[in-house]
Design a protein around this ligand. Structure first.
Ligand SMILES: Nc1ncnc2c1ncn2[C@@H]1O[C@H](COP(=O)(O)O)[C@@H](OP(=O)(O)O)[C@H]1O
Ligand SMILES: [Mg+2]
Length: 256
């Protein structure tokens, strides 16, 4: 595969974007190939993972990789640079004909923090990248809009929406929900109850580059390349709605 034919080698951010788009093309082709249901989901996860592993080995052979679909290699814990990838985020939606709320996530962690990343939405023909951050301009919605899982909305997000009189905007994929805050379709993505580093690494890198707030629910930083990649909760929000959401979270906690 050729990534970025220009004479200069791609920067990490360009590479993240190019690889997420290229893996997305592979996924679109596979989806047209006749598989359905579980077979399509499994083939999508596996094929995109294998594509990204081969491409990263070619372009960044020294770097470690943490992928949802790969065996975890403890060598990443002492590596300087680790690519954190979710080859197919929103696998369920990918397998449903006509849906575009699924994504490919490619992020780079270096010396303690995320430094580059891209979220491709192949079926929408869009890629969001730290290479080309769109700075979020304030959008006024009459009611706060909260992006939420369409298939398993966490109970506490429904409670938060009640407390805030917010509108829930259901969609698949953590990356798509995070990017809906970047584009202004929603005001915040608040999640709890379970997720892994690969679900949020690339979305969080792009969201930060676009000027959004990103943290754990308790306000502490989201940490990546940890021994246990379980990273169960997060807030990605427009800075302008953060105080309101914090008050809502306090109210939900007090009601429990
Ligand atoms: N409670 C939970 N535990 C583990 N992973 C979760 C989770 N809720 C959501 N996720 C993961 O977050 C991604 C987005 O989910 P959703 O669309 O429901 O919001 C999915 O990633 P994958 O599709 O990569 O598995 C899903 O597996
Ligand atoms: Mg995922």
């Amino acid at each position: 595969m050729t990534v970025n034919d220009a004479a200069a080698p791609p920067t990490d951010a360009q590479l993240a974007s190019d690889l997420a788009v290229a893996a997305g093309r592979v996924l679109l082709e596979l989806r047209d190939g006749g598989l359905t249901g579980k077979d399509l989901k499994d083939a999508g996860d596996r094929t995109s993972h294998e594509f990204l592993m081969a491409a990263l080995a070619q372009h960044r052979p020294e770097d470690a990789v943490l992928s949802e679909e790969g065996a975890d290699d403890a060598a990443r814990l002492s590596a300087d640079r680790v690519w954190i990838v979710d080859p197919l985020d929103g696998t369920r939606e990918y397998s449903e004909p006509g849906r575009s709320d699924w994504a490919v996530h490619v992020a780079l962690w270096q010396a303690g923090d995320l430094v580059a990343g891209a979220v491709a939405r192949p079926a929408a023909g869009v890629v969001h990248s730290t290479d080309d951050p769109k700075v979020v301009s304030p959008t006024e919605h009459e009611r706060v809009r909260l992006a939420v899982s369409r298939s398993r909305p966490p109970e506490f997000v429904t409670e938060l929406a009640d407390v805030l009189d917010a509108e829930l905007v259901p969609m698949g994929s953590a990356g798509v929900k995070a990017m809906s805050v970047v584009t202004g379709e929603s005001d915040a993505y608040v999640h709890a109850g379970g997720q892994y580093e690969w679900d949020s690494a690339a979305p969080v890198s792009v969201a930060r580059a676009a000027g959004l707030h990103t943290s754990r629910l308790d306000g502490s930083p989201l940490l990546y390349n940890q021994q246990n990649p379980w990273l169960p909760d997060l807030i990605i929000a427009r800075p302008g709605v953060l105080a309101q959401i914090r008050r809502g979270l306090d109210a939900v906690a007090a009601n429990r």
